[in-house]
Ligand binder design. Structure first.
Ligand SMILES: *Cc1c(COP(=O)(O)O)cnc(C)c1O
Length: 336
């Protein structure tokens, strides 16, 4: 049966490097949204907690509940306010109107719009937001921003850092909270690689923990996930015969081929038989991928399909995040 193997030593290596760069385990928020970027959230959360990280971030309350037993603090990044928020979690405020709906007593982090214009409270709304939060009995316990181009060499990053500095000062002034009670964070994985001095902030790290550096790999991260498929049949494809839908791949001479138990129904992007896409173990995929199978040159009972998601990302003109996050939660996963 196809499965995902997670390399424990690699994951611990990555956590150690990230925590060292951030200045301690207590300075790291691990982003575990979307099934821990397709790695398997329960396995990853358990390992991260054992390692000693106490703060995680996820997309919504459903995801937060899945990991609540592992972490002291969980930040929910994309919550839609209901008025029934849990006291166990911290909620991001992505829009100033959220403040009118969130339940009295809810702990919040303000998302601050410092340039990305995707989510958050504008700098000139901070005073009003702090006052509204206070009137509504919300507990402002932190704030963060997201860099729109941390992974590109541009001045945006520096502009946003300056804007966030201003935001922090305004929040300290108007929230009525002491500095010690406020948690600030802005750097994602690419940001973590970029900074040399982190001020008084935490980092919010997703992809780096899974082993994908965005710059020069000075952190020496290691890939955590590899995806395997098992052979369900094999045959000789005779010269002139085509394999799979439409017979897209046609054998020039007799060749030994095999079909494996993985396809686009398992979350792989669908290879349509055009261009050359090879498995991590080297064999070429032949013809169009099916929902639950693909055919390839016979690589034996088990082949490694993905070890470096960037190879698939490059082929499909996307980013490794998308390749990883789409891997179906139904694929069996385990640490080795
Ligand atoms: C997903 C996400 C992150 C993590 O980004 P990486 O590039 O994976 O480190 C950080 N912050 C926010 C707000 C996010 O949505």
């Amino acid at each position: 049966m196809s499965e995902i193997l997670l390399n424990r030593a690699a994951y611990i290596n990555n956590l150690s490097k990230i925590c060292a760069k951030a200045g301690g385990k207590e300075r790291v928020i691990l982003v575990l949204k979307d099934n821990a970027y397709g790695h398997g959230v329960d396995l990853i959360a358990c390992e991260a907690a054992k390692f000693g990280v106490e703060f995680a971030a996820v997309k919504n309350e459903t995801e937060a509940r899945q990991i609540e037993k592992y972490f002291k603090q969980i930040l929910i990044l994309s919550h839609l306010p209901t008025g029934k928020e849990s006291e166990k979690f911290i909620y991001a405020v992505n829009d100033i109107s959220n403040l009118n709906i969130l339940k009295h007593g809810t702990r919040v982090h303000f998302a601050i719009d410092t340039l990305m214009h995707r989510n958050g409270i504008a700098i000139d709304e901070i005073e009003f937001a702090c006052k509204t939060a206070c009137q509504r009995g919300l507990r402002v316990c932190g704030a963060y921003t997201h860099f729109r181009s941390a992974d590109e060499v541009s001045s945006d990053y520096f502009v946003q850092r300056e804007n966030f500095k201003t935001a922090k000062e305004l929040i300290m002034k108007f929230s009525g909270e002491s500095k010690e009670n406020l948690t600030f964070h802005s750097h994602n994985s690419a940001g973590l690689e970029r900074f040399s001095k982190l001020d008084d902030e935490l980092v919010r790290v997703g992809i780096a923990q899974y082993g994908y550096a965005q710059f020069d790999d000075s952190l020496k991260l290691e890939r955590v996930l590899s995806l395997y498929a098992d052979r369900i049949s094999s045959r000789v494809l005779k010269a002139g015969q085509g394999v799979g839908y439409g017979g897209k791949f046609c054998a020039k001479e007799d060749m030994q081929i095999a079909t494996y138990d993985l396809g686009y129904g398992d979350g792989l992007l669908r290879y349509d038989g055009v261009g050359e896409l090879n498995l991590a173990s080297g064999e070429r995929i032949l013809g169009k991928m099916s929902m639950d199978n693909f055919s390839a040159q016979n690589g034996g009972e088990r082949v490694c399909v993905i070890k470096d998601a960037r190879i698939w990302a490059k082929f499909f003109d996307t980013i490794e995040y998308e390749i990883l996050v789409k891997l179906s939660p139904n694929i069996n996963r385990r640490f080795v």
